[in-house]
Design a protein around this ligand. Structure first.
Ligand SMILES: [Zn+2]
Length: 200
């Protein structure tokens, strides 16, 4: 499913505002935990004693891959994030950014795949929006472009922004960063070749 029209632009604007609130520019690694704190969202992990030990063991030992995180509404207002602390730190950062994207986009709570209306389309749409915004939050389009101009590899991008390699690769592709950088280099080379000829 395609993202709704104008969503990418909206994600870039939200990211600009959020990064300004956090006091960091586009070309800086973002701390998703600081973002959660800024919005008053507490992050708890599965070692929390309030959680049932049996379920915790299931998600931390038996099948750790099936649970990354969840945004849980609190009464009467607010929310908290439960994250799976046995995952790799880059995955945890991306989980928190994803859940915070749902918060920033004010997505409704409790819309799951087993929604009673079978509203899978709606779910896919909000999940896609959260994925897009969390990617933009972690590696803004402007930062991807700057990294492409510096000639950075996907691995360097992943290391610098503290994300997984697939996430870095996806952001470098989806933002068209390298294509834009390559086009600029070609234009620059062309103009300089022309001026070198005319100067000669
Ligand atoms: Zn989600």
């Amino acid at each position: 499913m395609a993202l709704r029209r104008g969503f990418r632009k909206e994600a870039r604007e939200i990211t600009r505002e959020v990064r300004a609130e956090l006091g960091i520019d586009a070309f800086a690694a973002m701390d998703p935990y600081a973002l959660a704190k800024l919005y008053g969202i507490e992050v708890v992990d599965l070692s929390n004693p309030c959680l049932p030990a049996e379920s915790v063991r299931h998600f931390t030992e038996e099948r750790p891959h099936v649970f990354s995180g969840a945004l849980v509404p609190l009464q009467p207002s607010g929310a908290l994030i439960i994250e799976n602390h046995v995952h790799h730190p880059v995955r945890r950062r991306s989980t928190i950014a994803h859940e915070m994207a749902h918060v920033l986009l004010e997505h409704p709570f409790g819309l799951t795949l087993t929604d009673e209306n079978g509203c899978r389309a709606g779910v896919a749409e909000i999940e896609e929006e959260a994925a897009e915004l969390s990617g933009e939050l972690l590696i803004p389009s402007d930062a991807a472009r700057a990294a492409a101009f510096k000639g950075w590899s996907d691995r360097s991008v992943a290391g610098y922004f503290r994300v997984s390699l697939p996430m870095a690769r996806w952001r470098m592709n989806v933002t068209g960063a390298r294509k834009i950088a390559a086009r600029s280099w070609h234009r620059w080379a062309r103009e300089h070749a022309v001026s070198a000829l005319t100067a000669g």
